[in-house]
Design a protein around this ligand. Sequence first.
Ligand SMILES: Cc1cc2nc3c(=O)[nH]c(=O)nc-3n(C[C@H](O)[C@H](O)[C@H](O)COP(=O)(O)O)c2cc1C
Ligand SMILES: CCCCCCC(=O)C(=O)O
Length: 387
Amino acid sequence: MAGRFGGYQNEIYLQGLAGQTPPMTTDLAALEEAAAAVLTPEAFGYIAGGAGTGATMRANRDAFERWKIVPRMLTDATDRDLTTTLFGAEIPAPVLLAPIGVQSIVHPEAELATARAATGLGVPMVLSSAASHTIEQVAAASGAGTRWFQLYWPSDPDVCASILARARKAGFTALVVTLDTWTLAWRPRDLDRAYLPFIRNEGTAIAMSDPAFRARLQKPPEEDEATAILHWIDLFTGTDHGWGQLPLLRELWDGPILLKGIQHADDARRAVDAGMDGIVVSNHGGRQVDGALGALEALPGIAQAVGDQAEVLFDSGVRTGADMVKALALGAKAVLLGRPYVYGLALGGEAGVRHVVRSLLAELELTLGLAGHRTPAELSPSVLRRG
Ligand SMILES: Cc1cc2nc3c(=O)[nH]c(=O)nc-3n(C[C@H](O)[C@H](O)[C@H](O)COP(=O)(O)O)c2cc1C
Ligand SMILES: CCCCCCC(=O)C(=O)O
C-alpha cells in the first residue's frame, strides 16, 4: 500500500489536468495568479493581502525557507500512513482547513462548497464566525464530515452563548477561539479601495441569523441592514476579554477548546494553565501584526513549552507538502491550510478546493516517504537542518 493520497500523482499523470473545467494547476504561484484573474481586484486584494508592508507574510515564507529537510535512504518508506488522532478522533492526515471568513466574495457557494470538499476527503474544516452561510447550512453541507467551529469572541455574552449552543447542536466538535483579531489591523490593500466586506453584509450570516443577536436590534436586519451591520461590527471589535474570562467559554462548550493566534511560549503556557486543550500557533497569515516574527520561528519553543499537555497545531504560510513536513517535524501535531484552498474555491468551487487539498496531501505523503519516513509521528527536529 503506497498510502492514501499519493495516488493523485498517478491520476494526474494518466488523465492530465488540462481537460479539467475550470483549468487547474499544481503550481501554487500559478494558482494564485489564476485566482487573481477570476476575482475582482477587491476580493483578491482582501484574500492575498496582509497587514502593513507585508513583512510578516514574507517572514512566514522566509521561516520555511530557512529549514531544510535531510532525506534518509533505504528506510522502506513505501507503506505510508498519515492517519492522525486529534482529541480522540482519527483523521486521515494531519491537515485541516483553516477558518476563512467571507468566502462568498470568491464563490457563491462559499463555505458550502468548502464543506463538501472537506467531507469528501475526510479533512476537518474549521468554520469561521465570519462565514457567509449559517452554522446550520454549513453543517448540512458537511454531512458526516468532521467540523470545528472558530469563534471571534463576541462582546455580548448572550450572543456568544447562543452562537456556541447552535454550533454544538449542529455537530461542531471542537472550538477554536481566535485571539489575534479582536480588531482588524492596518491593511493597505483594503484601505486604498475602501473595501471591508462586512459593511457590504458579506460574512455576517451567523450573527444575522442568531436569535440573541436579532433580539438586540430594534428592527430585523432585513428591514434595517445598516444598523444591523454596525451592531455586528461592534459585537466583534468592541471586545475586551482577558485570560481570566476563559472559564466562561469552558462553561459554554463541553468539547475541546483551542486558542488560535499564539506566538509566545508564555502565552502557550497560560493557555495550558487555563485548561485549554490545544493551541494554534499562527500569526493569522501575516494579516494582523506587521513586523511580527514568521510563525514557524515561534513553533519549536512553543511546542517545547507545551509538551504533551495540549495539542499544538500550526498555520501561516503553509504552501507545500515540504512545508507541512517541516511544521510537523518542529512540533505541530497538524497544520491548517489557508489561502491556497480559497484560491481553489475561487477557480472551481467544490472541485477546486478538492483539487488543491488533494494535491497538498499527495505532496505531503510523497515528501514524507522520499525523506525516509512512514508516519508523521516519526518526524522530529532531527530530520531538519537550519541552513
Ligand atoms: C481572507 C482570509 C480570511 C480569514 N478569516 C479568518 C477568520 O474568519 N477566522 C480566523 O480565525 N482566521 C481567519 N483567517 C486566518 C486563517 O485562519 C489562517 O490563520 C491564515 O490564512 C494562515 O495563513 P496562510 O493563508 O498564509 O497560510 C483568514 C485568512 C484569510 C486569508
Ligand atoms: C472582527 C474581525 C472579523 C475578521 C474576519 C476575517 C478575518 O479574520 C480576516 O483576516 O480578514
